[in-house]
Design a binder for this molecule. Structure first.
Ligand code: WT7
Length: 675
């Protein structure tokens, strides 16, 4: 497959061209914010980290591995890269992820520390200590074992943000059964394909969860996915465990479905963790790529834990005995894995998790939660920040946010305006902001300022983390000089790197390692400013970023084309004030439908049914913001759709250079339809 890879093709870069005038102004006002007195010298991170890592990279990682992780058997070799690009880190060491996240804190006398404050959307709340959590994780591990789930078996978790969901992940880790969490917002069809690809023996789900003031069902999607697999004769699932959250009626398949509480009740609270080798798979997490089929990103145990714990300690400056940390990500995304479950728990953090939406029952809900629990570290996404900006300063200002001392951002480039608003309105003009760049594939934060060390700069993720080897290169793989743009690559293996795509080694090599031989190609455009700091410019491939979630243009196109009425479809990510990018679809209808669409309000109906079709096939997040019915699509002479031109249309710009089109009149035709 040919990939259109040019930095210019990056979705209009919020932090650069589009906002360059504002950016220049902002930077003139405040080029950067030096560490405050509170952080200087007091922060977990010290400038010496960079020197240590530069001096002896592998020695640095060995130190981190022994500092942040408790090994059952110590490792002797740090890295084996002889089978590149599949790395082996700390390979002869053995350990257990759940033991590291829970038991060792209890052993160290910290059992009474709260691990999670759970805040339900309806206002119910519950706190659980590390000691209590240990008992629950052990019971769950014994319950899984009683269902004959053993080391190596895959378990799908399709559940809301509940303490039980975290317990489920840790119970899997405790017995060495890789989990694959599927975001609760994904459809039955998306769930089905993930269950099948992972070959999962067990699905852990819930009756539902609360969202926007009402219970939303989850179990029906599991039932639908499993029926479809049964019908196809490819169902690997033997059992489902169902967490009761809402009390909704659920359909029940006797002999297959078991209530979570019934399975846990008789289980013993003692359980010996299964000590696995460092390279034992910890989880598979599916993410969108440039082709239709989602990729099962594989992470293993040792290196992943080392780097998530190390980055959490240094980037978020966690002081575990006093801080209250809140990462707003759902466990269905990698941020929920690395910075709700594994990174912070290895650090013994006290965390907040919240089940619902930010506007339920009112738009101050998050700030109410910050006040209620005294949250001191908040980690969220630019799309949320921009939404709060839109809702107005007077909402957060009604709450006491003085406990906040550090703010983080992740998921997409944060535009300088949003960065400044975040610091000013949420952070009282005092808090450092860490803009953290990383990916599902990288497992842990790779580029970020370090609080107490780096003078922060609005809109830039700035500095590669110590021990990583990140560069911005041109087409010929040469490092670009300061002031220039190019492609973001990683030149040396890192501990929490993906170990492959589940069941598809060839695709792993092809996707990440073929564009620039010997280097990991991240798929992002980036620029170095005059100080050498890195600015992310968005994806350079056919991957969109909607509200910090990755969506594949091809996957949505395939879904549209699968609809009866559609002859051809092209999807682009158009700049959106709130969600960063939004899905805009250009659709050519089959003749009979096109004829119908020409009359009255029939076109609207077709557009609506296409939107709900995509939502049903992939999930509500993939639903196009806009569907444009067009007679033609702009194609090059070799038949490749020129999405760049469609993006111009979707973003209401004058259409750029269309001289390579096979038929240059097409764009006029499309533009006339759109107006
Ligand atoms: C893509 C990875 C990492 C967890 C959330 C998303 C974009 C992520 C930033 C940032 C600019 C960012 C990139 C990356 N991205 N963080 N701080 N600045 N862009 O994980 O779904 O794997 O998506 O998100 O384009 O490639 P993901």
């Amino acid at each position: 497959m040919t990939q259109e890879v040019t930095p210019q093709a990056a979705p209009s870069t919020r932090a650069t061209d589009a906002d360059s005038a504002t950016l220049a102004n902002l930077l003139q006002e405040t080029r950067s914010f030096a560490p405050s007195d509170e952080f200087s010298g007091q922060a977990n991170a010290q400038a010496s980290l960079y020197d240590d890592a530069d001096g002896d990279r592998l020695g640095f990682w060995a130190d981190q591995a022994r500092k942040h992780v408790t090994w059952n058997k110590d490792f002797t070799e740090v890295l084996d890269w002889s089978n590149a690009p599949v790395a082996r880190w700390f390979a002869d060491g053995t350990l257990n992820a759940a033991y590291n996240a829970v038991d060792r804190h209890v052993k160290n006398g910290l059992g009474d520390r709260v691990a999670f404050h759970f805040e339900g959307e309806p206002g119910d709340s519950r706190s659980i200590t590390y000691a209590e959590l240990q008992l629950e994780v052990c019971r769950a591990a014994n319950a899984l074992a009683a269902l004959r789930i053993t080391t190596g078996d895959r378990v799908i978790i399709y559940a809301p943000m509940l303490i039980e969901s975290v317990i489920a992940m840790l119970a899997c880790a405790r017995i060495g059964a890789p989990h694959s969490v599927v975001f609760g917002g994904f459809s039955a069809e998306a769930l089905r394909s993930r269950i099948e690809d992972a070959g999962a023996k067990l699905v852990i789900t819930a009756d539902g969860g609360y969202r926007r003031g009402a219970p939303a069902a989850l179990k029906p999607a599991v039932d639908e996915a499993l029926s479809a697999l049964d019908a196809a004769g490819t169902n690997p699932v033997e059992r489902t465990l169902v967490i009761r959250r809402t009390g909704q009626d659920v359909a029940w398949v006797d002999g297959r479905d078991i209530w979570w509480h019934d399975a846990l009740a008789p289980a013993d609270v003692r359980h010996e963790p299964v000590w696995v080798e460092a390279e034992h798979p910890l989880f598979i997490l599916y993410t969108s790529g440039t082709t239709g089929k989602p990729k099962g990103i594989l992470h293993t145990t040792g290196g992943y834990l080392v780097q998530t714990a190390h980055t959490h300690h240094n980037v978020f400056d966690l002081k575990a005995d006093t801080d209250v940390y809140w990462c707003t990500a759902d466990i269905g995304w990698v941020t929920g894995h690395s910075y709700v479950v594994y990174g912070p728990m290895l650090g013994g953090a006290t965390q907040v998790i919240y089940e619902g939406t930010p506007d339920s029952p009112h738009r101050g809900r998050w700030w109410e939660i910050v006040e209620k629990y005294g949250v001191s570290i908040l980690y969220t996404a630019p799309t949320a920040i921009r939404t709060f900006m839109k809702w107005g300063d007077d909402i957060p200002s009604q709450f006491d946010l003085s406990s906040l001392r550090l703010l983080g951002s992740v998921g997409e480039p944060i535009n300088p305006e949003a960065w400044m608003w975040y610091r000013k309105v949420i952070g009282a003009n005092l808090t450092p902001i860490v803009d953290t760049w990383w990916q599902t594939e990288t497992g842990a934060i790779m580029i970020s300022p370090l609080p107490g060390v780096t003078a922060t700069k609005p809109g830039s993720a700035q500095v590669p983390m110590p021990g990583t080897s990140i560069d911005v290169i041109d087409e010929e793989a040469r490092s670009v000089p300061n002031g220039s743009g190019g492609y973001l690559v990683i030149k040396e293996p890192w501990p929490s790197m993906l170990r492959g795509i589940w069941g598809d080694l060839e695709r792993f090599k092809q996707t990440y390692w073929s564009r620039f031989p010997g280097m990991y190609f991240a798929g992002d455009g980036a620029k170095r400013d005059d100080d050498g700091d890195i600015w992310l410019l968005g994806r350079v491939d056919d991957v969109m970023n909607v509200s910090g979630h990755r969506l594949s243009t091809t996957e949505i196109e395939s879904s549209l084309v699968a609809h009866d009425s559609v002859a051809e479809a092209a999807v682009v990510g158009a700049t959106d004030e709130t969600t960063g990018q939004a899905v805009v679809a250009f659709v050519i209808l089959r003749q009979e439908f096109a004829d119908q669409a020409a009359q009255g309000d029939k076109a609207r109906q077709i557009e609506e049914s296409l939107r709900s079709h995509v939502s049903k096939q992939i999930g509500p997040i993939a639903k196009p913001r806009q569907i444009l019915l067009v007679p033609e699509l702009p194609k090059t002479r070799s038949g490749k759709i020129m999405r760049r031109l469609l993006r111009d249309v979707a973003e209401h710009r004058n259409v750029g250079d269309s001289t390579t089109l096979a038929d240059s009149s097409v764009m006029d035709l499309i533009a006339s339809r759109v107006k």
